[in-house]
Every structure is written in C-alpha cells, then in structure tokens.
Ligand binder design. Structure first.
Ligand code: NAI
Ligand code: MG
Length: 357
C-alpha cells in the first residue's frame, strides 16, 4: 500500500519562531510515526529579518515557485523591529502569502485548555470550544477610497466596504462545512444589518440562501455588538462563528483572549480549494523580549501543526495532538513560564511529543 505523504514548506522566521518551530516538527514526527503517514519538509530561510539584512528584501523574487506547490506552509513568526521596521517585515512576507495564495479563510480555535487560567470567572475546560472563521480578503479592508482636500476645512475621507457574492459564499461554505463536521452542528453569523444597512443585509441574505443546503446545521445570527458581549458572558453558546474581515478580526482576538494566553493560540490561513498552499502559524509574534532564552511556550506552534494536519485530511492525528496538549498542560511541572510553570520550550515540546506516542 502507498503511504500518504505531505510536502511541507517550513519557515521558522525570526526570534522565538526559531525556537518553537522545531518543537512543532518534533510533535509532527511523533504523530506521523504513530498514524502511519509521511511528512517531507523543505526548510526556507526567507520571510525573516536576517534574510532581509543579507538580501535587501524579505523574500527572493521566485518565492512563489519555491513554496507554491507544497501542500502546506508551517510558519513560525516574522519580525525584528530593532533592525527591520514591522511594516516592511510583515508586508514583505505574511501579507504576500495571504494575498498571493488566496488564503481567504482565517481560522482560529477558541478552546479552554487545562492549566490555562481563563479571565472569565467560573469556566472550566470543556465549557468553551468553538471556532472563529474570518473572511480574510475583502469586506471592510479594501483599498477603495481616498482623501480629498487634505488639510482644509473641506477635508473628505472615504473607504468603501467591498462584499462580493463569490467572496461571501466561499467563506460561508467553508464555515457551514466545518459546522457540519462538528458534534453540535451550529453556525453563528456575525452581522450588523441594523446599522450597516447595505452590505450587512446582503451578508445575511447569503447566509439565508446557503443554509438550506446544510439542513443538519442549526444557524443563528447576532449583531456584532451584542455578539462580543455573548463571547464573554455565554462562550458556551458557540460552535462555529463566521464573520466578515473586520468583525472576524475583532472576534478572533477576543475569543482566544477569553481562553488564555497568546503563547498557546494557533491560527490557519486557508485556501480551501487547495489551488495554493495554506499557512499554519501561532497567533503570537517573534517575542524579541524572550527570544534566545528558550522559555517560549511552544503550544501555539504545536496546535498550529494540528490545524495543518486537519487540513491535510489527517483528522485522527490532528485530534491526537490536541489531546496530547491537553494532557501536558494539565501537569503543572510541564508548563512554561507564561503559564506559571518551570518548563523550558524543549521540555514542554518533548512532553507533548511523548504524550502523542
Ligand atoms: P509578540 O506576540 O511577539 O509578543 C507579545 C508578548 O507576548 C511578549 O511579551 C512576548 O514575550 C509574549 N509571548 C509571545 N509569544 C509567546 C510565547 N510563545 N511564549 C511566551 N510568551 C510569549 O508581539 P509583539 O511584541 O507585538 O511583536 C514582536 C514582533 O513580532 C514584531 O516584529 C511584530 O511585528 C511581530 N509579529 C509577528 C506576527 C506573525 O508573524 N504572525 C504576529 C504578531 C507580531
Ligand atoms: Mg488582529
């Protein structure tokens, strides 16, 4: 029988990216051995500030050819503000991937893990377990608009929201299908059709039009203002939450913030059609303040590996990683310093790899 194989482009980037990516790979090795599939890695040194200092650009001109045919990109973090301004490092790398590879879904799990104190009183692991699906390419973040009569009393500033049928439908389809795979089969749509009276009613219309195709999925919608309150007061209500670019940006920070520290949060930038590789990364950045100390929490990176395997169809292996993370975080001695524990980056990563096997 032929072994399933996946080709992964690995980009560690800067700072703690170089410390946590190896732990992600360690856990991937362990889980691929156990579940019998193959992973091939190609490592790339671009999309880092060191590369920029050597070459005067964040990436080579042919970066798209170099990583465009891989099955996924496993990414650490980019940024070293001491030597390269953040807008150069970010726009020259991550933003290019998201746009050029049409990664129109931004996916973030919101799950309360053992050993991670929630700022929400009285919540325990199991109470909070949902996904935020953010539209990642259009909507409120458009470059259509401008400024007229700058510096005068007549100054006019406009920026148009762009919503397209194709753009909305494809992210809704992803969200409905995700809901369909989950136990609760529940989709929540973020709207604001009372205030934003043209684009948001259109968004709602598309949700309504698509819902009958997913008859087993229960769906509802909330205006974004009360929805943020519900995230805090009733996080147990949610299963899959889908939102436009702006609303999703807010919800995908608020959700993970309700379930703990930046050190454990993962994210996926997905091109569901697989025309291009999708990118999996921790939510945190390169953390220059702790880089080189080997105390960074590797869980965000390792959880990103789970999202990657899920996308590659290795669902059991993905679930095994999440379960291993849960078991390790339940042990105070295996937690890193940001969680009040004594473990270093490698000890925590090794423990998760051991728990997988
Ligand atoms: P950051 O996420 O790097 O750090 C924020 C704070 O959280 C720091 O105190 C840091 O020590 C702590 N922290 C972050 N990850 C941690 C981990 N795994 N374990 C323990 N503590 C952790 O954000 P910051 O400081 O705003 O940005 C630093 C650099 O990272 C900048 O150059 C920025 O542009 C870049 N950045 C890159 C991102 C990416 O690659 N996707 C995302 C966010 C920032
Ligand atoms: Mg944000």
């Amino acid at each position: 029988s032929t072994v399933r194989r996946h080709r992964i482009a690995v980009i560690a980037g800067d700072g703690i990216g170089k410390e946590v990516v190896p732990e992600g790979l360690r856990v991937l090795e362990a889980v691929s051995r156990r579940y019998g599939f193959g992973l091939e890695y190609d490592h790339f040194d671009f999309a880092s500030c060191e590369y920029y200092l050597r070459h005067g650009a964040m990436m080579p001109a042919d970066w798209k050819q170099q990583i465009g045919s891989h099955d996924a990109i496993f990414f650490g973090a980019v940024g070293w503000p001491e030597t390269v301004p953040d807008h150069i490092s970010l726009w020259g790398s991550l933003i290019q991937f998201r746009r050029e590879f049409d990664q129109y879904v931004n996916l973030r799990p919101v799950k309360l893990m053992p050993g991670v104190p929630s700022p929400l009183a009285g919540r325990k692991p199991g109470d909070i377990d949902f996904y935020v699906v953010r539209e990642n390419t259009e909507g409120e973040y458009s470059s259509i608009g401008g400024r007229m009569f700058p510096g005068t009393d007549r100054e006019i500033v406009m920026q148009e929201t762009v919503m397209t049928r194709v753009g909305i439908d494809r992210v809704l389809k992803y969200a409905f299908e995700l809901a369909q795979r989950r136990e609760k089969k529940h989709l929540t749509s973020a709207t604001k059709s009372n205030g934003i009276s043209i684009t948001m009613p259109y968004w709602d219309e598309r949700v309504e039009a698509m819902a009958p195709q997913y008859a087993d999925v229960r769906w509802d919608k909330y205006h974004i203002d009360i929805l943020t309150a519900h995230f805090v007061q009733h996080p147990d209500w949610f299963d899959v939450v889908v939102a436009s670019n702006l609303f999703g940006d807010i919800l995908s920070d608020l959700g993970p913030a309700c379930t703990g520290t930046i050190g454990i949060a993962p994210a996926a930038n997905i091109n569901p059609e697989r025309v291009f590789p999708s990118l999996f990364e921790p939510v945190h950045g390169s953390a220059p303040d702790i880089a080189g100390k080997w105390i960074a929490n590797p869980v965000g990176q390792i959880w990103s590996a789970a999202l990657m395997l899920d996308h590659l169809g290795e669902r059991e292996a993905a679930a095994a990683i999440v379960s291993a993370i849960e078991r390790v975080l339940a042990e105070p001695a295996l937690r890193t310093r940001d969680l009040g524990g004594p473990a270093g980056t490698i000890a925590c990563g090794q423990a998760i790899a051991d728990a997988v096997e």
